[in-house]
Design a protein around this ligand. Structure first.
Ligand code: UD1
Ligand code: CA
Length: 457
């Protein structure tokens, strides 16, 4: 089918009280408009055009990762019909179906879009409107029917008290036959309380001309929630998160308290993993099976293998954690850190751009940055890789089986050889050969009776 998608996103979003465009707010971790793009992409449209207005540069910038998008600028914003007209230079010569979506209605399902397009095709309607029956229709355009036929749509602000009582609402999502569309939209007037050109007025125009107008009514009204305020934004996020946790639980993941699991749409979690309350799994994160993620953990764009345990209050960003690793509590793993199979880090350990080899351990209070640490290495409490000389970040290499005593400083670039020992409190400035013991602290001196003497003074 010949589908052209148009997404309206030029509105100011006044009710968000925000410096950023409304559609660039995140719903469950993903930009509002990205939800719309993902769902419409499933229909394999011939083209996708985004109507931008307020802060159009910000919007273009945020969507630069989507190559095939066309942008048109609507300035000033005179209403949804006017917004559609701005796409005429792009779509005026196109044939087929125009699928009109709203950037602020992000939860519309692929199924509904599919049904919309199918119903539109089989009925041969000039326009097909998505509607829903809701308990609280306030703020939405109401669907006015005469008999079963759709007669028109009246905006909340223009509705009579009787019309306000109608519970069937306009979702703001439509399929239009492209043929004759722009000519008809030009016939819409701004004779209403808001002095705006209302796209829903097209319905009455088509009816008057005797053209077919069909409707598709969604069974789940959550799908068509329009987001105009922060409260509605939070409610939409809650729905997306709920769907995500439901999907994961169905696939065998234990989520102790789904209401406090913040799991982004693209995250995957393997079966028999356990997610404790208050955990955030964000971005392109993947978690293997049999893992346990304790409360207060945040994991962003990271990959965890199988049987990984992350104890409370760890932050893991852009890192890899292999099978059977244990992390935390209170650990910070970031920026290409790579924990190999069976390694272990404990409390107040920070890893940055560091490989911690298989079976190696750093249990307490350490900073390991730009380091390559081999197999079965023991890093004592309070070890610090001094990787930054004020200009450059320098590497530290610790070879297999080495033992780094507590409170050691490794001044990079430096290498500790295979099986070498670094004594407690050593400042390592030069390479330690394999099998050697490095010590730098001076000999201890005890001054007898010093305390008593001090008191007498
Ligand atoms: C609109 C519909 C209403 C429907 C509701 C569903 C109109 C007149 N009303 O109302 O029937 O129930 O959506 O959520 O269409 N936009 C532009 N340019 C403009 C005006 C708006 O691009 O000049 C965009 C907005 O950014 C938004 C969308 O169009 O993405 C809808 O506009 P909005 O002002 O939110 O319309 P509603 O009052 O919600
Ligand atoms: Ca809206």
């Amino acid at each position: 089918m010949n589908i052209h998608v148009v997404i309206l996103a030029a509105g100011k979003g006044t009710r968000m009280k925000s410096a950023r465009p409304k559609v660039l707010h995140r719903v469950a971790g993903r930009l509002m408009i990205e939800h719309v793009l993902a769902r419409s992409a499933a229909l394999a449209p011939r083209s996708t055009t985004v109507v931008v207005g307020h802060q159009s540069d910000q919007l273009r910038g945020a969507l630069s990762g989507y190559p095939g998008l066309a942008f048109v600028v609507q300035e000033p914003q005179l209403g949804t019909a006017h917004a559609l007209l701005t796409t005429e230079p792009v779509l005026g010569a196109a044939a087929g179906t125009l699928l009109l979506l709203s950037g602020d209605v992000p939860l519309i399902s692929r199924n509904t879009l599919q049904t919309l397009v199918e119903v539109h095709a089989t009925t041969g309607a000039a326009a097909t409107v998505v509607t829903a029956l809701v308990d609280d229709p306030r703020g939405y355009g109401r669907i006015v029917r005469s008999g079963k036929q759709l007669a028109g749509i009246v905006e909340d602000k223009d509705a009579t008290p009787a019309e306000r009582g109608i519970r069937e609402i306009n979702a703001g999502i439509y399929a239009f036959a492209l043929e004759g569309l722009f000519e008809a939209v030009r016939g819409i007037a701004a004779e209403n309380t808001q002095r705006e050109y209302y796209l829903p007025d097209l319905v009455a125009i088509y009816r008057r001309r005797g053209l077919g107008v069909a409707t598709v009514t969604v069974s789940n009204p959550d799908e068509i929630r329009g987001i105009n305020s922060r409260v509605e934004l939070a409610a939409a996020s809650r729905i997306v998160r709920h769907d995500k946790t439901t999907e994961l639980m169905a696939a065998g993941v234990t989520i102790e308290d789904p209401a406090t699991a913040y799991i982004d749409g693209d995250v995957t979690v393997g079966a028999d993993s356990i997610i404790h309350p208050g955990v955030s799994l964000e971005g392109q994160t993947t978690i293997g099976s049999g893992c346990e993620i304790h409360s207060g953990v945040r994991i962003v764009d990271s990959h965890l293998g199988d049987r990984v345990v992350v104890f409370n209050h760890c932050v893991i960003t852009n890192a890899r954690v292999a099978d059977d690793v244990k992390v935390g509590p209170f650990a910070h793993v970031r920026n290409e850190a790579d924990l190999r199979a069976g390694s272990r880090i404990g409390n107040f350990v920070e890893l940055k751009k560091t490989v911690l080899g298989p079976g190696s351990k750093s249990m307490h209070l350490a900073y390991l940055g730009d380091a390559t640490i081999g197999e079965k290495v023991n890093i004592g409490a309070g070890t610090i890789t001094c990787n930054y000389d004020g200009v450059n970040k320098n590497p530290t290499i610790i070879e297999d089986g080495a033992f780094i005593g507590s409170d050691s400083h490794l001044i990079a670039p430096v290498t500790v050889g295979r099986g070498a020992y670094v004594g407690t409190g050593t400042t390592v400035r030069v390479n330690v050969p394999p099998g050697a013991l490095a010590v730098s602290a001076g000999k201890q001196r005890n001054i007898e009776g010093w305390v008593e003497k001090k008191k007498r003074r």
